[in-house]
Design a protein around this ligand. Structure first.
Ligand SMILES: C[S@@+](CC[C@H](N)C(=O)[O-])C[C@H]1O[C@@H](n2cnc3c(N)ncnc32)[C@H](O)[C@@H]1O
Length: 321
């Protein structure tokens, strides 16, 4: 159902104009402003240095949307730029056509391994997922009939039971095989390098104890949408990422911690000083500086974007880099 609602070639949400951005349907960190990309550019430099500053360094950004993060990263002129090949993987042909110059557009992940990084902001929450419900006698899969009604079909896979053994009867959990398989595939590509995934996340047992309508969400035009089964193709359908259903990461920290580790406070401080020095002039430079300081607060907000998780899988490099 998620597959069709989001990615049907003619009717899917992402093929018919759905997107992140101020003029789009929801706001992601890269769309808050260029600061997120400026910090990511610093992170890329540190990962490039960890690898011994190779002369060819590939960054594959998956689920790149219309390329806002790529634009900000390249605009920040990272030190690795002369070595950098930036591949923007975007499944929607509509969004792919909007990618900026300077990036290599692609519909799927590269086939061959490379030295570098696979990066994905808010991709995993948009991959198709399943839903299962705990019943007195076991688990049942929540399926959708042709007339868009729910139907419960018993499942007898003991693996499902291990995901949330304490789930109450009536409790639901997501099954995220596509997300797990995607991380697995990305990890096999970076030889050496790292996979970095940024998303809203929780664990399966914790999700079992919460109403499922809290962690399966729909969005459109900057508001929450209706039921996931309503208005197919006209709203985004997302699911919080169950970290315990992914390969075990080398590092798992909040977005606020990650951005601080890569210097957001320095950049915000510089911006604040520039704003104070130029506020009386009120020119474009002053306004850009003020906006940067405000972006830092939004990106590290512990009740918002700052609480997102940044998961890293390092291969052949210092995991703390
Ligand atoms: C929530 S949007 C995030 C866009 C952007 N990363 C951002 O943070 O603003 C998710 C994007 O991932 C794309 N997508 C979904 N599945 C994909 C896949 N398997 N490979 C590449 N892109 C995919 C969607 O088309 C959509 O543009």
């Amino acid at each position: 159902m998620v597959e069709l609602a989001l990615y049907h070639p003619e009717l899917g949400f992402y093929e018919t104009g759905g997107a992140a951005g101020r003029g789009g349907d929801f706001l992601t960190s890269p769309e808050v402003g260029p600061l997120f990309g400026a910090v990511l550019a610093r992170a890329l430099d540190s990962w490039w240095r960890d690898l011994g500053e190779p002369s060819s360094f590939t960054v594959v950004e998956a689920g790149a949307g219309r390329g806002t993060l790529a634009t900000s990263i390249l605009a920040a002129a990272p030190a690795c730029r002369p070595a950098l090949r930036y591949v923007a993987v975007e499944r929607s042909s509509t969004l792919r056509a909007r990618l900026p110059e300077g990036v290599e557009p692609a519909a799927v992940l590269p086939a061959e391994p490379f030295v570098g990084v696979v990066l994905a902001n808010e991709l995993l929450d948009n991959l198709p997922f399943g839903l299962i419900e705990r019943q007195a006698e076991g688990w049942a899969e929540v399926r959708v009939t042709e007339d868009l009604a729910e139907t419960l079909v018993p499942v007898d896979d003991p693996a499902e039971d291990r995901l949330a053994p304490e789930a109450p009867v009536g409790g639901r959990i997501p099954t995220q095989r596509a997300a797990g398989a995607w991380v697995d595939r990305a990890f096999r590509l970076v030889r050496p390098g790292r996979v970095v995934v940024i998303d809203y996340a929780d664990t399966t047992p914790s999700m079992a104890a919460r109403p499922w309508t809290e962690w399966v969400r729909t969005y459109r035009a900057h508001g929450r949408g209706g039921s996931p089964l309503a208005d197919l193709g006209r709203q985004d359908v997302t699911c919080e990422v169950a970290v315990d259903q992914l390969p075990v990461p080398t590092s798992d920290r909040s977005q606020a911690e990650f951005l601080r580790a890569h210097g957001i406070d320095d950049l915000a401080h510089e911006a604040q000083q520039a704003w104070e020095a130029r506020a009386h002039i009120g020119d474009l430079q002053a306004l850009v500086a003020r906006s940067r300081a405000q972006e830092a607060a939004a990106l590290t907000d512990p009740t918002g974007l700052g609480a997102f998780r940044v998961l890293e899988w390092a291969c052949g490099v210092d995991p703390d880099g």
